[in-house]
Design a binder for this molecule. Sequence first.
Ligand SMILES: C[S@@+](CC[C@H](N)C(=O)[O-])C[C@H]1O[C@@H](n2cnc3c(N)ncnc32)[C@H](O)[C@@H]1O
Length: 407
Amino acid sequence: MQKIEILKLDHNGRGIGKLNEKTIFVTNALPGEVVTVKNIVDKKRYMEADVDEIIEKSNLRVKPICSYFYECGGCDLMHLKYDEQKKYKENKVKDIIKRFSDIDESVVKELKSFNELEYRNKVTFHVKETCGFYKKKSYEIVNMDKCFLISNKMNKIFNIVKKELPLEFISTFVIRESKRTNEVMLIFTLKKNFEIDDYLDNLKEKVTSIYTYFNGVYNCIFGKSYLHEQLQNFTFEVSPSAFFQVNTIVAEKMYLQALNYLNPSKEDNLLDLYCGTGTIGITISPYVSKVIGVEINSEAIKDANRNKDNNGVNNVTFYASKVSDIIDEVKGALVIVDPPRAGLDKKTISEIKKMKPKKLVYISCDPMTLVRDLKDLTTDFELVEITPFDMFPQTSHVECVCLLTIR
Ligand SMILES: C[S@@+](CC[C@H](N)C(=O)[O-])C[C@H]1O[C@@H](n2cnc3c(N)ncnc32)[C@H](O)[C@@H]1O
């Protein structure tokens, strides 16, 4: 079998090499390694493959703490020393900025990281004959009993579901855990309605809420209606369908970075676009005159309004709307956008330009859509700084908080 030298990592954490003059992306191979490959898929312009044998091993390679790493699709960098994962992610942001824009990569600051393992406050497990995460490049499920990205408590709950619930009636289940209040919410998506309560005795000792989701309806069948989480001095109620940042500790640090970047005065109005359950707007509300939050998910807006009231905040107004449907009717001297991976649409960008906020903070979970939007925004704004955060250690994902000021 032909030997392949791995030159660098691609943006998904795969090793890049050459085979017969063609670029080949090799899962689990590291830069500097020489490997042979198997399971080659020829995609015309490039190839994909898995490592068969490592002939020369990188000294950056470590034995993954998780024995499922090589088959499980949950993580893609656990075989790389954690310090190197951080360098890789910082360089990934710089590389994307350099390759896809004229922006100077020196705007990218050092990546901030706070927790390597057990950081997830939410996981979704798939269910077929067993339950767990999908295997790499597959819809087969890993027969697992532990995930190192979640707490011991979440792992115990996972194993109770795996052993005691009739899996044939369940298509997925979600475990959400508050890192500050220790509450746990379990949400079962059902294939058919059945007497689920007959199987929940052991789970009820471990969780604070159980929901079912069937035919598009969430039903609380045990405990509290919401999960309570704390960020800074505020408590947030999270309903089963609402978005909440997956790494609580890093989310809190990102919000502080956003506040730091905005450096608001008490006269400023803040527009919090894609506001979810209102976490950013509420944590910044003490520092500004008024906040307007906009979010498409009406359940998240109900959470946001309760969160505002429960925390005694009275200078925030939330709107349940698509951002692009309302953007020409709202205003703020300061704007934060925190869109999903797809980034911002053209209309939203054009209306933000017309609004001319003093400062715009862009929180992004995908550097590719971020750079596309920054190219457009920098006609009217100066990009001052990008701080990458390691929201998802052991994976190739990276989150960015960016400061733009009006030209
Ligand atoms: C990355 S989350 C950020 C949520 C919040 N800022 C936080 O930190 O928890 C993106 C949010 O945008 C919402 N969303 C997606 N598309 C939207 C749209 N077109 N208009 C308004 N909100 C949208 C999602 O429901 C989700 O709550």
